[in-house]
Design a protein around this ligand. Structure first.
Ligand SMILES: NC(=O)c1ccc[n+]([C@@H]2O[C@H](COP(=O)([O-])OP(=O)(O)OC[C@H]3O[C@@H](n4cnc5c(N)ncnc54)[C@H](O)[C@@H]3O)[C@@H](O)[C@H]2O)c1
Length: 478
């Protein structure tokens, strides 16, 4: 699917009225009808125009009530259904099973072996055998209809995220989705509207927000250690060429195929989420617009030429995704966030994870810090010296099990704790939509030679209210 026929956005001149701004956002949104619905869904192969909507990108009238500050219902046991049991779902299940007060009651993946393997983990953990749903791509709808599921965790290919989040909420379930939560701006609005209407939380389970360094920097930022915040950066720079061409790693070539469909930042959330937290985005500041630039798309084709036999199906593919996208995001308070995405060239893994303010700067990969008055000699300082600033979750779980250095465990622990205790979740549908919005908007901006694209205010003005988030207080009970 190629979308060169889409309307391009134009730069925003100075001094335009709010109405003009919204109209521009609408134009940007209209360009997001990429016909990229879930495979097999009516929108999967639709022409771009079929999904265009005059409402897209504006702040449509609220249909329900805000989800900001809305606590979960308190429950002694959190009953979880998992949809998608591949690399991610098939390993995250171990963490759900390790949590206090959590039961995994239902599993869904059309690949029978994967579902059976996951079901065996549930019984091995001493829990009753879960219900299993293996009858094709839409059996997740039956999982979502169950009366004994409180929370649906979605770890499927991106094409499915929107439909699955929607179905979970329409069936009265809270839902947590892997990144990105959807691929189109109108879908993001629909998820916001549905969460508000159904009173269900719809969260993007951004594990990187729970990294040890990220949480330490967050606490230090909120304590003023970096002074008044000015800039930050986040990325997903991860050489995935080998995995994307490995016929056995992913369930089909779904991830590589996105490189034939969009040009922009396909995976902004890991870098954006933590920096957004540092800057209290949707909690006192908000992101207003994004300009993106993309390099040529050469890396995957070059890798294929060197590694794949002429008979490989990938030879039918044309890659358009920029090898590296670099986006600049401006906030209402004038701060600047740089986002990068590159999964198709060689380099060591990096999420950059940088934060700078009037008193100094932190940068990760490798971790280093320079803040006054501790550092004044133009040489980086040792971040390990700031371990006292660790978040209470990391103080209590010093060596968490599981992948990604333990942040997956910390995230699932905190998520299920907030559900058990009936607390407000650390992040909500507004954060999910904000962190994902660079996916469609960076694509549009690159096509428009870097022209700024308005980022919608998914909170409809409530971003001005200061409130808690990942920098939580330890609850009185555990
Ligand atoms: N947060 C992280 O650190 C992290 C890490 C890895 C992957 N992910 C995300 O997790 C998701 C899954 O990635 P993966 O690496 O596990 O991919 P994968 O291909 O290994 O697994 C996807 C699974 O979804 C199943 N599936 C496909 N369509 C389905 C449907 N209609 N109903 C039910 N199941 C269906 C597939 O059979 C497969 O088992 C992606 O969104 C990815 O971006 C996140």
């Amino acid at each position: 699917m190629h979308d060169d026929s889409l309307p391009l956005n134009t730069p925003e001149p100075e001094g335009r009225s709010r109405r003009d701004v919204l109209r521009t956002a609408g134009v940007a949104g209209a360009g997001l009808g990429l016909g990229l619905g879930a495979p097999g869904s009516a929108t999967a192969q639709a022409a771009p125009a079929a999904e265009e909507s005059a409402e897209v990108g504006t702040s449509p009238a609220r249909q329900g009530a805000t989800m900001i500050g809305v606590p979960f219902e308190r429950r002694s046991t959190v009953r979880v259904g998992i949809v998608g049991l591949g690399n991610r779902g098939g390993s995250m299940i171990d963490l759900f099973l390790a949590m206090p007060g959590v039961r995994v009651v239902a599993l869904c993946d059309p690949v029978k072996d994967k579902t059976e393997k996951a079901a065996a983990k549930v019984t091995a953990a001493g829990q009753p055998a879960p219900a299993t749903y293996i009858k094709g791509d839409h059996d997740y709808e039956n999982l979502c209809k169950r009366g004994d599921v409180d929370f649906v965790y979605v770890a499927t290919p991106w094409d499915w995220h929107f439909e699955m989040a929607k179905t979970a909420m329409l069936n009265g379930k809270h839902v947590g989705v892997e990144c990105p939560i959807a691929l189109q701006l109108d879908q993001l609005w629909e998820l916001v509207n549905l969460s508000e209407r159904t009173r269900r939380h719809c969260m993007q389970l951004e594990n990187c927000c729970y990294g040890r360094n990220e949480m330490r920097v967050l606490r230090m930022a909120h304590a003023g250690k970096f002074g008044r915040l000015l800039h930050g950066a986040g990325a997903y720079n991860h050489d995935l060429r080998g995995l994307m061409f490995d016929p056995d790693y992913y369930e089909g070539p779904w991830r590589r195929l996105w490189h034939t469909r969009l040009r922009g930042d396909l995976y902004p959330n890991h870098g954006f989420g933590p920096v957004a937290n540092y800057m209290d985005i949707n909690r006192g500041d908000r992101v207003t617009h994004i300009s993106s630039f993309g390099t040529p798309s050469l890396g995957l084709a070059e890798y294929r030429a060197a590694n794949m036999p002429a008979s490989d199906p990938s030879w039918k593919e044309t890659y358009i995704e920029s090898d590296r996208t670099i986006s600049l995001v401006q906030t209402a308070k004038g701060r600047v966030i740089r986002l990068e995405h590159d999964v198709s060239t060689p380099h060591p893994y990096s999420r950059i994870n940088q934060l700078g303010g009037t008193k100094g700067v932190f940068e990760d990969y490798p971790e280093r810090i320079y803040i006054e008055p501790d550092h004044t000699n133009d040489a980086w300082g040792d971040f390990a010296a700031y371990a006292d600033w660790d978040h209470w979750l990391w103080k209590e779980h010093a060596n968490p099990p599981g992948g990604h250095g333990g942040m997956d465990y910390i995230m699932v622990y905190r998520l299920t704790q907030t559900m058990r205790l009936g607390l407000v979740p650390d992040f909500d549908v507004y954060d999910a939509a904000t962190w994902t919005s660079p996916v469609p908007l960076s694509h549009l901006s690159i096509k428009a030679k870097g022209a700024p694209q308005q980022i919608p205010d998914f909170t409809r003005g409530e971003w001005r209210k200061e409130r808690g988030g990942v920098d939580s207080e330890k609850p009185a009970e555990g």
